[in-house]
Each structure stands twice: as C-alpha cells, then as structure tokens.
Design a protein around this ligand. Sequence first.
Ligand code: FRU
Length: 489
Amino acid sequence: KGQNLNEHWRPDFHFSPEKNWTNDPNGLIFLDGEYHLFYQFNPFENKWGHMSWGHAVSKDLIKWEHLPVAIPEDSVWIFSGSTVIDKNNSSGLDNGNGNCMVAIYTADYHNGKKEAQYLAYSNDKGRTWEKYAGNPVLDLNAKDFRDPNVFWHEKTKQWIMSVVLPTEYKVLFYGSPNLKNWNKLEEFGNQGDVRKIWECPSLTQFAVDGDSTKTKWLLMVSSNGPEQDFAGVQYFIGDFDGKSFKNDNTPDTKLYVDYGKDFYASIPWNNATQNQKLMLGWMLNWKYAENQPTFPWKGQMSVPRQIALKTFPEGVRLTQLPVEQFTPADSYRFFEKKDFVHTKEKLLNGSTLFAKNAYIIEADLTIKSSRDFGFKIAQNLNKEGKATQETIVGYDVKKQQLYLDRTNSGKIISPDFASVDKTFLKIDNKRLRLKIVVDKMSVEVFANDGAVAITSLIFPDPKATAFSLFCKKGKIKVNSLKIWDLSKK
Ligand code: FRU
C-alpha cells in the first residue's frame, strides 16, 4: 500500500478525518460560536469497525479542527445518534455550567445481539465525555433499533426522539422530560420507499417559504435512493403535534433528498444560528464504501447544506444549497463573466486558477436552441486537446433531465459505479440555474435554487483538472457565470 499515494484525492474544503474510516455524521450541534461535528469513526483502521464518535469543530463550516475521539467504544460500539444542549438541566447531568451537552446514541452489542439507546454527557463543550451510569435509557431488546435523533419540542415541553426499527421500515417517536425516561408516543412507517431498511431518522420543523405562520415538519430517513439497489435519503413532509406525524402526501409518494449515489445518513444541525437550518450527509454509498481507493482515510462529509421547505406546484418540497460562506461576493479568488452566447465546447480554464479541482461554479443559463449542455469537469486533455477523462454535468432539454455522467470520470471502484445519475427537472422560461461544488473526489450539483441535488464521488487522474462549458448543437446564453476557487494553496 503506497504511503499517502492518494492524498491528491483529499478534499480541500469538505470534512474528512486525518486518517481512518468514517461514515455517518453524528450529533451535529452549534454551541458558543462552534459548529460541532461528531462522526462514525474507526480510531484504529481504515475500514468500518470499532465504531466510536470522532469529533471536529469549526467556526465557519469551512475549516475543521480535529479533536480527539469524543466517545470511544467499550464493550459496545457507539453507533449513530444526536446531541442536545440541556440548558435547563432537565437530566441533572449538568455540573453547573449551564450548557451540558448530552449525546443520545445507539449502543451496538456488536455480536449482533441487540441495539439500545445510551447517553453520554460533556460539561466542557464536547471536549471530554462521561458515559451515563444508568445506561441504557431505552431498550426494547431488539436486534435492530437505532439512530436516535432528539430535539426539544417547546409546544409540549418535552424532548422528542425519532428512532428506527430498520427492518420494519418504522420510525418510532418517544417523549421524555429528562432524556433518561422515554415514553412511546406514536410510530410512522411503511410509507414512501420501503425497498431497503430504514436508518438515521430526523424530524425538523420549518417555516414554509420563510413564513412563520406556515409551519411543516420534515421527516428524513436514510434508506433507498431513487435508483434500485442503491441507498439514499428519502423524506416526508407533514405535521407533528408532539405525538404523531401525519404525512401530507399519499403513502406511496416517494420523495428523495438527492439523486446521486453518494449522499447518505444526512441529519440536520440541532440548534444552528440565525434561524439557519443546516444539514450534512456522508458522501458515500454502502454498496462500494469499502472500495474507496483513498489512503490513509476513507470517507468524507458533504458540503454543509442550507435547507428549507418551499411551495412548488406539486406541493411543499425540500430545497438545499451549499451554505453561503463558500461563495462570498468579495472573494479575490473569483472569476466572473456575464452575458455571452455559447456554442460547441470550449475550455474555460485559460488560467491555472481553477486547475486544482476545488471550486464552486454558479451559472445562470438560458436555452436558445441547444438540446444538451452543461459543464465538463475534471477533464484530462491529451495533446490534441481531446478529453480522455471527464465528468459531465448536463441538462438534456428533450428529456427535461439534469444528469451527472461519471462513466469516464477516472478510477471505477465497483461495477455499478460507472453510471449516469439523473433526475427530472422542469425548467421555466428556458432558464437553468446551477451550482456545482467540486472538491477533488466529489461533485455536488444543485439546480434551480436547490430544487434538486445530485451528489457523486469521482476518482480522477491527478492531471485531470481542466474544465469546459459545452453545448451540443445550437446555442445557450450565459447570463452569468461565477467561479470561486476554494483550493488550499
Ligand atoms: C448508517 C448506519 C447507522 C448506524 C451506523 C453504524 O450508515 O448503518 O444505522 O448507526 O451506520 O456505523
């Protein structure tokens, strides 16, 4: 195994552990100017196992400071879960500092016997942790019962936990006055997509269209993606009264958070600032996660995404965009071009500014006569200027499809990796707005203000850094094109 051979795939502005394996983000919380990210972590090896909670903090969601393992395995593995700040010391675990951080996680008795919900707590902003002596706090003696996600429900003045029975496609809701004693409320399940087990539930209240008089709840569940056999994240929109969740849509309506193959186990940030709702996902898929060719780490998180609920003709839907701080108006590492007509395929990369595969493109395009257009990124160009490797983000006008083609994107890590991932996207006024986040080994595409997203990993050759704007037949008008360089210098 070549030492550090694959550091050229190391993300520049996405979180990845310094070394070893990560999967789900856990316990996302904001406290005193710090965003905390805990994550499923193997402290010893670059593969899944010895599950513990790794820990990192960030002031801006861009740069992460790595901290020691927060909650290590002992006789049980520490599976996914959430954290809350117990401001009023309902749990009695606060030592007087007034901001006790309590983690509610799944203990996995890793001989496959059972999973139960445990508590750990920290009185020093997540730096050191104690496991609660009265664990477990919720135990059904079930083999699969995991991923508790807890928040404070002001209306009914209690903590609410969403937790899954994965193989029964069910989210169970529990209520608690003190995080220690949990009463079963209602359950929700067997709706939406039930082709794969359910994991990592979360329930979050939103002001629809930013209007605080119109509230709705988002219930996210990791399970199946839009593609058969691939995991992904689905969601439900509805009402929650402190007891039960009522789905606004018919039970067979399937709504997906992301149409790529590499977005999973996403959860919202508990208690974020400025009424911002944020979420983070693991950028991978269990199907080929172990095949990641990276060393000395495997696994990375998505770009932190600002999420909202908006009204569309078909109903209230989730929208998501990368948090704004990645694309500041006053950035000096910035390229902008406005109002021009584009035909054929042209390199955009005259300078070396973006030749590091770590940038964000924001494009506002109007279709003139083209039938297929978009960006080709991470291109490897031969002497004749022809691409021998590339990843295509395009829009097929006839099919009304946004797509990401990684069939020739570089290293193909499993037979089903080489794919074109796509989603239906109707556009108004012939106008397509795209945000494309590229960071070495990943591409995240957001279209029309985050109405749809496609997230995919790529493993390009280190030299594959050119990129072009292409237009198959006909023309497009580029109303504006902005690119921010986010590479580490
Ligand atoms: C989701 C998941 C969770 C579990 C964790 C274990 O990716 O399977 O259900 O808690 O990973 O690492």
